[in-house]
Design a protein around this ligand. Sequence first.
Ligand SMILES: *[C@@H]1O[C@H](CO)[C@@H](O)[C@H](O)[C@H]1NC(C)=O
Ligand SMILES: *[C@@H]1O[C@H](CO)[C@@H](O)[C@H](O)[C@H]1NC(C)=O
Ligand SMILES: *[C@@H]1O[C@H](CO)[C@@H](O)[C@H](O)[C@H]1NC(C)=O
Length: 180
Amino acid sequence: MRDLVLKLFFILFLLFTLSVSSAKKSFKPKQPCKDLVLYYHDTLFNGTDVANATSAAATDPTKLGNFKFGMLVVFDDPMTKDNHLLSRPVARAQGFYFYDKKSTYTAWFAFTLIFNSTKHKGTLNIMGADLMTEETRDFSVVGGTGDFFMARGIATIHTDTFQGDYYFRLKMDIKLYECY
Ligand SMILES: *[C@@H]1O[C@H](CO)[C@@H](O)[C@H](O)[C@H]1NC(C)=O
Ligand SMILES: *[C@@H]1O[C@H](CO)[C@@H](O)[C@H](O)[C@H]1NC(C)=O
Ligand SMILES: *[C@@H]1O[C@H](CO)[C@@H](O)[C@H](O)[C@H]1NC(C)=O
């Protein structure tokens, strides 16, 4: 009888340690299942460059602070594999951003990357806060369709260049952690 109780305790102890170690495993940082590096080019309409502009301010900035608070920009911007504006786009970024802080430049982005090439067909939906003073910022990839069915991940963005008020380029490192 005592033997049996000891054995039972031993088995329970084993089961306990096993379940603890397997619970630990699930906290290991995951490797991305897909990594895409793309450049986003935003050419803001200046009133005359209709042929070249791909975004436009849909609202004027308010008078709250000096950092364009409240200005909403709608865009249909090309996404390229290298940082040349005139390279063949591999996707379009369609969505908007608006300036949302009165004491510095920050914006909030929500957009869809639309892929329509022989390599990729589908969409990635991305949103997040752009704290422009930070070297890099993270947007959330909240979903996807087509080749990116149910995708989730993080898009790390970095301002690659900023040329006056009318052109800027972001490098986006899009890492997906859920792929199907
Ligand atoms: C708008 O941009 C175009 C192309 O860069 C430039 O030729 C034109 O002078 C600009 N217009 C204004 C009003 O800044
Ligand atoms: C605007 O686009 C045309 C082609 O559509 C190009 O020839 C011209 O150089 C562009 N202008 C600027 C200022 O980028
Ligand atoms: C995708 O590309 C094909 C072929 O160029 C075109 O017929 C189709 O309209 C495009 N679809 C979208 C959503 O842009």
